[in-house]
Design a protein around this ligand. Structure first.
Ligand code: NA7
Length: 539
């Protein structure tokens, strides 16, 4: 069925990061012909792009790795409990070599448009290199946090120094030694940058919009005995992460409810979790911490005290300590010496809530209070989460409907993997799935890539032309999403990190699914085991 319009394949995979690599491998293993396209000149996705100083994963050993093959666990060599960017990038490259995937991937080749051809049930995919490929299935493994956002302050184009978003950090690095450096953004990324570069720059100015409850990371080396026990525990852990709420396994004892403990016991528990130095304090402080305001306030207070004890100047501490939202209702960053940075002579904190940026000029930033002369500006200002990378592509479904326009009005998906009106199109780490930093990504990616491959397998086995969720199925998923979000403190926080912002800065949809991995898995499994009841199957 090859024709003049382009090569015909079974599947086009967009993106060669953590998700795309496994998606491609799984589909090839299932016998499909595949092409993968990647904007970068190498594999890795976020682990290719985010090579800023201090870039490191905040999922602890051994949970941040692929779960689809025991052999990968048997061969993997990790050197740190929280591996740094180069180690994860090398790991992903090794996986690509091992399964001989590179020859299926076109690099420096960005997908720009995709049109659904209703008569054939295929997608016509175009790239910026001028390639045209016709594909039965189209899968966007473009990542939930991949399309950077950079503020455009008045006059920003006149700045004569160097500026760079953390996720577009050049391979050759940026010379920071002896420079006056400004950092915008104090999320997980900004915190890693700030604590890493403070000692090597002449002057560090951190422009903070929202203070963070960051918790201590306890990074240690990984020893041969850790690797041995990791290898022995693969089967057991794989089974248990699938039942876990966030993609980590701690112990078998469920967290107690806040009211079941006396005050002393509560503190003892929080102290123990604090000392673990991972994200457990966020996920497992008290069973009801995500819905019980009293419990959340208690944990917030605990973390505030920890932060305050590390900052010498109480006025700086006041700026650094959050007071207007609960611990855990935004993404919790891990830190290593971040707060102590502000005890340094060469570091200063600018509270943008009190002195907003008015403009930029050749030599720096002008706020409502004063000017800051800078040589380098680092933007750690985050991403157009969930929708950015997909919306950048001109995707036209049934009747030529534009996915971008649809989502501009209101984002919706079915289990975060399909959209009504866009048959045979799939996505991972997209809205309304347990993605967007609420799940240990390799665990969620594994489940999503498998569901997508199984669904494609079903369509092929049944000799169908296409599959898409019905409008009613999509509406039911969106309703379910709302109903599990509403009782939670994240759901009630109108200014939540998990909410999409409109072009006017107004808060829009809550993009992350808050029902936990087990409920999500169950919903997906039910669809599969019912032979996709509630889906429109065209033959
Ligand atoms: P985040 O968590 O989205 O953080 C972005 C930061 O940038 C955050 O502090 C923002 O403040 C700040 N920001 C955004 N726009 C501006 C402007 N215009 N001015 C000043 N400050 C601004 O992204 P990260 O890269 O840190 O983390 C992403 C994920 O990577 C993380 O969850 C981990 O999974 C790894 P705000 O809070 O919006 O007021």
């Amino acid at each position: 069925m090859n024709d003049a319009t382009g090569q015909l394949v079974d599947a086009v995979v967009v993106g060669a990061g953590l998700g795309g690599i496994y998606q491609l491998h799984r589909l090839l293993k299932d016998g499909l012909t595949c092409r993968a396209f990647e904007t970068a000149d190498e594999v890795g996705g976020v682990w290719y792009w985010n090579r800023y100083p201090g870039a490191r994963v905040d999922s602890h050993f051994p949970f941040y790795q692929y779960w689809f093959a025991k052999e990968l666990w048997e061969e993997a060599e990790w050197s740190e409990r929280f591996p740094a960017q180069p180690e994860i990038e090398r790991y992903l490259n090794r996986v690509v070599e091992k399964y001989d995937l590179r020859r299926h991937i076109s690099f420096s080749n960005r997908v720009t448009s995709a049109d659904f051809e209703e008569d054939r049930g295929t997608w016509l995919v175009r790239t910026d290199k001028g390639e045209v490929v016709r594909s039965r299935f189209l899968i966007f493994n473009t990542g939930g946090l991949s399309e950077p956002t950079v503020p455009s302050f008045p006059g920003h184009q006149t700045f004569a120094g160097r500026s760079c978003h953390t996720s577009r950090w050049p391979k050759e690095g940026v010379e920071l030694g002896g420079e006056r450096v400004g950092v915008f953004g104090t999320g997980a990324t900004g915190i890693q940058v700030v604590q890493t570069i403070a000692s090597r720059v002449a002057r560090l100015t951190v422009f903070q919009r929202t203070p963070q409850y960051a918790i201590a990371i306890r990074n240690t080396g990984i020893f041969p005995e850790d690797l041995r026990s990791m290898r022995l525990s693969f089967d057991d852990l794989r089974e248990r992460v699938q039942r876990s709420r966030g993609g980590f396994v701690y112990d078998d004892v469920a967290p107690p409810k806040f009211d079941d403990l006396e005050s002393g016991q509560r503190d003892q528990r929080l102290e123990a979790l604090w000392n673990e130095g991972n994200l457990r304090l966020w996920g497992e402080s008290f069973a009801d911490a995500s819905v019980n305001a009293e419990a959340a306030a208690y944990v917030s207070d605990f973390v505030r005290k920890k932060i305050r004890s590390r900052i010498v100047d109480p006025r700086v501490a006041d700026k650094l300590i959050p007071t207007d939202y609960y611990f855990g209702s935004r993404r919790v960053p891990l830190e290593n010496g971040y707060y102590e940075t502000f005890n340094r002579e060469n570091a200063e904190l600018v509270d943008l809530r009190h002195e907003p940026v008015l403009s930029m000029d050749r030599t720096g930033i002008i706020t409502a209070a004063r000017r800051y002369d800078l040589d380098v500006i680092i933007y750690a200002t985050g991403f157009d989460a969930g929708v950015g990378a997909i919306s950048k592509i001109d995707i036209r479904g049934v009747g030529g409907a534009s996915l971008r326009s649809l989502w501009e009005e209101s984002v919706r998906t079915t289990v975060g993997m399909q959209v009504h009106g866009f048959p045979n199109l799939f996505m991972t780490m997209a809205p309304f799935a347990p993605a967007a930093a609420l799940c240990n990504v390799p665990v969620c990616v594994d489940q999503q890539c498998n569901w997508i491959a199984d669904t494609i397998g079903f369509v092929r086995r049944k000799g169908l032309k296409s599959i898409q969720p019905s409008a009613a199925t999509e509406a039911a998923w969106m309703e379910h999403h709302e109903s599990v979000s509403e009782p939670t403190l994240i759901g009630q926080n109108r200014n939540s990190w998990y909410r999409r912002k409109g072009p006017d800065g107004a808060d829009r949809e809550l993009l992350a699914y808050l029902g936990g991995i087990p409920a999500y898995r169950e919903a997906c499994d039910r669809m599969r085991s019912s032979d996709y009841q509630g889906f429109e199957l065209a033959s």
